[in-house]
Design a protein around this ligand. Structure first.
Ligand code: FAD
Length: 356
């Protein structure tokens, strides 16, 4: 810092290609590196918004099938999947693959097919005034006119605002699903399920069925308020499930791996409970605010194909705008499904463009 004449007020600073950038932002670095989108007059067939597994797959399939494809992401490549230390259920990787490796390989594949990747590059909206030529509007005011758009901006899994959450998420001790693979390793272990709807109830039962001792933490005071009675009856009768209604998690304990949680009752009393893994089912919020004028369900997930009243798979209520992955109403929130959606939507794009 001394050699570059930098004071504390200049931080964060970056040295990029010989230029010194003070109070730098990811966008400023991206600009110097030439990663931001610059209109160059070249026609674009397909713009894919969001570079998680769904968007990366859409871009790879689109470009490999001859469409001039631009892929934009506001943060970086890989989306939620990049957060996963080990994806064990993705076909072809019997020993699992880290989200980071999968993303890197997908990126190389996208570049091989000449996908134009720009990130960080945030999309703010769409201009649908010309039905045959939608335009993607970037946050910096740039407009990309194209022939079709695939929206792949995913969903944010809600989490608890607790210290060490990200550490335990990265080490796999915080899970957002309770599939066979998520549960593996926690048989005969104390675990916590947080949430009060059916997904939390089903997770608690499937964990207990495999021998885990389950603490089910529900913020509301009535287990039956948001959960079906066929689940509440079985949960109440299960010897290995302890229900804590009117309870909130206040603390996570452990070093690299989770060892305990602290739950606070409505009267303020706190209990430290042994816990090797926390299964979080408190909902997900779709990243769909930028899709103005496109039909969504009451949670904000984008309606596609028959649900949007149109014929093509993955098509939204807007012509030539398609939605894939976690963003899509009714999709299975998994990497493989997202990839399948991305690939499938490209067939619909070809069908939609056939009458150009
Ligand atoms: C911790 C964790 C572990 C997981 N582990 C597994 C697992 O082991 N196996 C499995 O099958 N599934 C797993 N999942 C679920 C899986 O990651 C998701 O289902 C999958 O990533 C969804 O892909 P997507 O492309 O639809 O959305 P996302 O992965 O959410 O990607 C969306 C992308 O859109 C970008 N974006 C958002 N808004 C904008 C905008 N306005 N402009 C530009 N870009 C934007 C975001 O930056 C992001 O990169 C896990 C999820 C989490 C959180």
């Amino acid at each position: 810092m001394r050699r570059a004449g930098l004071g504390e007020d200049d931080l964060p600073a970056a040295m990029v290609n010989g230029s010194l950038l003070r109070r730098v932002t990811p966008r400023a670095v991206a600009e110097v590196l030439g990663l931001t989108y610059r209109a160059d007059g070249r026609p674009v067939d397909l713009v894919v918004v969001g570079a998680g597994p769904a968007g990366l797959a859409a871009a790879v399939y689109g470009a490999s099938e001859g469409l001039v494809t631009v892929l934009l992401d506001r943060a970086g490549l890989g989306g939620q999947a990049a957060k996963s230390a080990r994806i064990e259920n993705y076909l072809g990787f019997p020993h699992g693959v880290s989200g980071e490796s999968l993303t890197r390989m997908a990126m190389v594949q996208a570049l091989k097919f000449s996908v134009r990747i720009h990130s960080p590059c945030a999309v703010a909206g769409l201009d649908l005034s010309d039905e045959r030529r939608p335009a993607v509007l970037l946050e910096d005011g740039t407009r990309i006119r194209c022939r079709a758009v695939i929206a792949a901006t995913g969903a944010h899994y809600r989490h608890l605002d607790l210290a060490q959450w990200t550490t335990f998420e990265k080490s796999g001790c915080v899970r957002y699903a309770a599939t066979e693979l998520d549960v593996r390793g926690y048989e005969d272990q104390p675990v916590t399920v947080v949430g009060g709807a059916n997904s939390a109830g089903q997770a608690a039962l499937s964990l207990a069925a495999r021998g885990a001792t389950v603490n089910l933490i529900v913020r509301g005071t009535d287990l039956g308020a948001r959960m079906s009675s066929y689940l509440t009856d079985r949960i109440r009768a299960h010897a290995r499930i302890q229900v804590h209604t009117g309870s909130t998690i206040r603390e996570l304990g452990g070093d690299d791996t989770l060892a305990s949680i602290v739950a606070e009752r409505s009267d303020g009393r706190r209990d430290r409970l042994a816990c090797r893994a926390l299964f979080c089912f408190i909902g997900a919020d779709p990243v769909s605010g930028w899709l103005d004028g496109v039909a969504k369900d009451h949670h904000g997930f984008v309606l596609t194909d028959s649900r949007s009243g149109t014929a093509l798979p993955f098509q939204t209520s807007a012509p030539r705008v398609f939605a894939v992955g976690d963003l899509r109403a009714g999709s299975t929130k998994r990497v493989a499904t997202a990839v399948g959606d991305g690939a499938g939507a490209v067939s619909s794009v070809h069908a939609a463009l056939a009458d150009d």
